[in-house]
Design a protein around this ligand. Structure first.
Ligand SMILES: N[C@@H](CCC(=O)N[C@@H](CS)C(=O)NCC(=O)O)C(=O)O
Length: 403
C-alpha cells in the first residue's frame, strides 16, 4: 500500500488515489460509539491541504470552534538546505583570505570553477518522519512560536501525523494524511476522510453548533450536490493532482483535458447563477473553493521534470508563451488557462472567500511553501516561486444573482 501520494502512480504513469482507512461516524445519538460531545474531538489539519481546509471551513461556518479544537502541522516537508562540509570549508578559506588581503587568490578562475561544482551539491534537507526509514510527511513543530498556524501536538505529544496513525493502529500501513479527526476520550482516529468529516460537522453537532441553522447539504438539493461533487472531484479536486503527479505524458494530458472541461463547465454554470448548485451556498461550493483558491498560486508552476524517471512532461496549454519563454514551459502544467482568466469563476472565488470565516482558512504562504517545498521528486530544489499575490478581498460582481 502506498505510504505517500507521490507513490500512488500506476504502471501507466497515472496518479491513482487510494481510499482513506478510518471511516467511523460521529453521531448526534449520545449512546453511539462516537457521540457528538462538545470538547471531545480534535481536528488535525494543514493549512496547505485542500482536503483538510474543507473541514476547517466547516468549523468556521458552522460555529464549531469552541466544540472542536484543532491543530495545524508544519507547512513543509523541507527543513532547509544541506551544505556539504567541503563547501563550508571553502567558505571559511574565502573568509580568511579576504580578511588577510588575498582577494586575488580567492577569486582565481580555477577556484571559482571548483566552487561552482561544489555549490551545485547543496541540497534541500527533506524531513523524515522516523530515523529508521525514508518516509517524509507532516510533522509538528517543536514549539508554537516556530511557525504561525502550526503547533506541537497538544494531545499525545506526537512528533508527526504518522505517529498519530501508528498510535491509533499498530498495523497501519497506508498514507499518513490530514485531515485527521481524533477522539480525545478513546485516543484514536475517528475518521480521516474529509468528504465524510464535513457531513458529520454539517449535521451531527447541531445541538452545540453556534450556526446550527446553516445546512450545506439540504435534503432537497442532495441529488444535485452529489452529481456536482462527482464531476468536480474527478476533473478539479483530484484532477489537479492527476496532472501534477502523472509520470507519463498521456495520463497528464487526459487529466488536463478533464480539468479544463470541468473548469469550462463551472464558468458556464456560474454565468447563470450565484453558486455551483443554484442560488444557495452548499457543500459543493466549499469543495470547489478549496481547490480553485490554490489554482493560480499553488498549482500552476509545478516543475515538470520528474526525477523519479527523469521524464519531461510538456504542459498542454500556452503554446505561444512556451515558445517565448522556455522556463514557463518547464514549470507550468495546469496552464491552459489561469483561474483569474475565467471571469465568473474568479468572481465566484472571491465571493466564497469573503464569506465570514473563510479567509481565515486560507494561508497562502503555507500553501505555497508546502507544495513547492514538499515534493522533491517534482521540485527537486524546493524553490518557491514569487507571486502572483492576488487580492481575493477585492470587490466581486456576484450580487447580480439572487441568493
Ligand atoms: N481522501 C483524503 C485525502 C487527504 C490527502 O490526500 N491529504 C494529503 C494532503 S493534501 C496528505 O496528507 N498527504 C500526505 C501524503 O501523501 O503523504 C481526504 O479527502 O481526506
Amino acid at each position: 500500500m502506498a505510504r505517500s501520494a507521490l507513490h500512488e502512480v500506476s504502471d501507466t504513469g497515472a496518479f491513482m488515489r487510494t481510499a482513506s482507512t478510518f471511516r467511523n461516524f460521529i453521531s448526534r445519538d449520545l449512546n453511539s460509539q462516537f457521540p457528538a460531545e462538545s470538547g471531545r474531538y480534535h481536528l488535525y489539519i494543514s493549512y496547505a491541504c485542500p482536503w483538510a481546509s474543507r473541514c476547517l471551513a466547516y468549523l468556521k461556518i458552522k460555529g464549531l470552534e469552541k466544540a472542536i479544537t484543532f491543530t495545524g502541522v508544519e507547512k513543509t516537508f523541507c527543513k532547509g538546505l544541506y551544505q556539504p562540509s567541503v563547501l563550508r570549508l571553502v567558505n571559511c578559506v574565502f573568509a580568511i583570505c579576504s580578511k588577510v588581503g588575498f582577494q586575488a587568490l580567492s577569486f582565481t578562475i580555477v577556484t571559482k570553477f571548483v566552487c561552482s561544482l561544489i555549490i551545485q551539491s547543496v541540497k534541500p534537507i527533506w524531513a523524515r518522519t522516523k530515523e529508521s526509514d525514508e518516509h517524509m510527511g507532516w510533522i509538528f513543530p517543536a514549539s508554537d512560536t516556530e511557525e504561525p498556524g502550526a503547533e506541537p501536538d497538544p494531545l499525545i505529544g506526537a512528533k508527526s501525523i504518522r505517529d498519530l496513525y501508528e498510535f491509533a493502529s499498530t498495523n497501519y500501513s497506508g498514507k499518513y494524511t490530514v485531515p485527521v479527526l481524533w477522539d480525545k476520550k478513546l485516543r484514536t482516529i475517528v475518521n480521516n476522510e474529509s468528504s465524510e468529516i464535513i457531513r458529520m460537522l454539517n449535521t451531527e453537532f447541531n445541538d452545540i453548533a453556534e450556526n446550527a441553522a446553516i445546512d450545506l447539504y439540504p435534503p432537497e438539493m442532495r441529488d444535485q450536490i452529489e452529481e456536482t461533487n462527482e464531476w468536480v472531484y474527478l476533473g478539479i479536486n483530484n484532477g489537479v493532482y492527476r496532472c501534477g503527479f502523472a509520470t507519463k505524458q498521456g495520463p497528464y494530458e487526459e487529466a488536463a483535458r478533464q480539468l479544463y472541461e470541468a473548469l469550462d463547465k463551472c464558468e458556464e454554470i456560474l454565468g447563470k447563477q450565484r453558486y455551483i448548485c443554484g442560488n444557495r451556498l452548499t457543500e459543493a461550493d466549499i469543495r470547489l473553493f478549496v481547490t480553485i483558491i490554490r489554482f493560480d498560486e499553488g498549482w500552476v508552476p509545478f516543475s515538470t521534470l520528474d526525477t523519479r524517471k527523469e521524464v519531461l512532461i510538456f504542459p498542454v496549454g500556452r503554446r505561444g508563451l512556451i515558445l517565448g519563454n522556455e522556463v514557463y514551459a518547464v514549470h507550468f502544467k495546469c496552464n491552459k488557462k489561469l483561474l483569474r482568466e475565467y471571469l465568473n469563476l474568479f468572481n465566484y472565488l472571491k465571493d466564497i472567500y469573503q464569506i465570514p470565516g473563510m479567509s481565515s482558512t486560507v494561508n497562502m504562504q503555507q500553501i505555497k511553501r508546502h507544495y513547492y517545498g514538499s515534493h522533491p521528486s517534482i521540485n527537486r530544489y524546493g524553490i518557491i516561486p514569487l507571486g502572483p499575490d492576488i487580492n481575493y478581498s477585492s470587490p466581486h460582481d456576484r450580487e447580480r444573482f439572487p441568493a
